[in-house]
Design a protein around this ligand. Structure first.
Ligand SMILES: [Zn+2]
Length: 373
């Protein structure tokens, strides 16, 4: 199938803001910002990267809302000029670097809106990636929901039947009578449960969410990077066009994603590995082999537990902060009253007349508790 898989989707009106002009940092600013990003990556405990079509344009796959994007051109009655098929496309420097950064424990999870299979082709583990909109190289059984890696892209999009039997028996022994379907979402389809659940937890516990090559216009995918903000996390956006959440970002880098990532890798003293066929599960399968691509329940439980810990810690911190705030307020009220009573000649020294002063101070129940503690 050609990379213009969009032709297979249903007609849809609300495609978001299209064709906004691209912006580019000066070289000096780019270096400055890449240094900050590197520093944040080094000093964060849980880093999650959100990827969009912008990271695959250097592989020859068009984006959607850029000046030459699929939807931008569609609006002008044109089609993108594509010279690569999903079969031929190989991971970019960014895809390869991200896989390496996971191995080096600098980043911990990738949440992708891309369906091109380029993350899969880097040999990434299923425990490190959620694919929210499907993958051309993954098929799924409609009965047992098992997913398998394909050696060629699916011929359909929109979760249609591929007229092939479920392959579960080859890996699990028990025969399943289900049929395999493609995993590419159409506009109105809901997101895959396990991928979404993993994404939700990972984005929330992340103290650094980095968005690469996405205008963050599609929901819920585009809102996930903001999840960590509630717990004190930072958001970084690397994109050529402005995005929906620029105002909420802690750092914005308007530049080519590949160049930003190369800059960061250099600062981390890491080499970007080359793509080779032997690391690619869509290419290195033996004839007749069946490779599963399922999110394990234990992975979900593990990150859910981490989320509960982070959320509990956040609540505790908030309540401590509130206590300090109330205490300051109560002390201020007390001091003001003391001054007034002194001026009126009713008391000389508040330490000898605490009870008396307290009788005059109008404290809330909570503030009263603070004083009596
Ligand atoms: Zn099945």
């Amino acid at each position: 199938m050609s990379c213009n898989y969009a032709d297979g989707l249903s007609p849809y009106e609300h495609k978001g803001v299209l064709g906004v002009p691209e912006k580019f940092e000066s070289e000096e600013k780019l270096n400055e910002k890449c240094a900050i990003l590197t520093d944040w990556i080094k000093n964060s405990k849980h880093v999650v990267v959100h990827t969009g079509a912008g990271i695959s344009t250097s592989a020859g796959i068009p984006d959607f809302r850029g000046p030459n994007g699929v939807w931008t051109l569609e609006k002008q009655g044109k089609k993108p000029n594509i010279n690569v098929s999903f079969n031929e496309a190989v991971p970019t420097k960014t895809h390869m670097a991200l896989k390496h950064l996971i191995e080096k424990n600098h980043i911990h999870y990738i949440i992708s809106q891309n369906i091109d299979g380029l993350h899969l082709k880097t040999g990434i583990s299923r425990s490190n990636i959620a694919e929210l909109h499907g993958n051309m190289f993954i098929e799924q059984c409609n009965t047992c929901e098992s997913q398998f890696v394909r050696t060629s892209p699916t011929a359909t999009v929109g979760k249609k039947c591929l007229e092939e039997d479920c392959k579960r028996a080859a890996v699990r022994g028990r025969v399943c009578r289900g049929k395999l379907h493609d995993t590419i979402l159409d506009w109105e389809d809901s997101l895959p449960d396990n991928d979404l659940e993993m994404s939700d937890y990972h984005s929330s516990v992340a103290d650094l969410n980095i968005c690469l090559g996405t205008t963050l216009q599609i929901v819920p995918s585009g809102n996930l990077p903001l999840r960590g903000k509630k717990y004190g996390g930072k958001v970084v956006i690397v994109n050529l066009q402005p995005t929906k959440h620029d105002k909420k970002a802690d750092l914005i880098i308007n530049y080519y994603v590949d160049q930003v990532i190369c800059n960061v890798m250099k600062r981390l003293s890491l080499e970007i590995p080359e793509y080779t066929l032997d690391i690619d599960p869509t290419r290195n399968q033996l004839p007749g082999a069946v490779l599963e691509w399922n999110i394990s329940k234990s992975n979900i439980k593990q990150i859910q537990k981490e989320f509960e810990r982070v959320s509990k810690e956040h609540k505790k911190r908030k309540s401590e902060e509130n206590f300090i705030k109330s205490k300051k307020k109560a002390v201020k009220k007390f001091d003001i009253k003391v001054e007034t009573l002194k001026n009126e000649g009713l008391i000389k020294n508040e330490t000898e007349n605490v009870e008396l002063v307290m009788g005059f101070v109008d404290l809330t129940e909570e503030e009263d508790d603070i004083f009596t503690e």
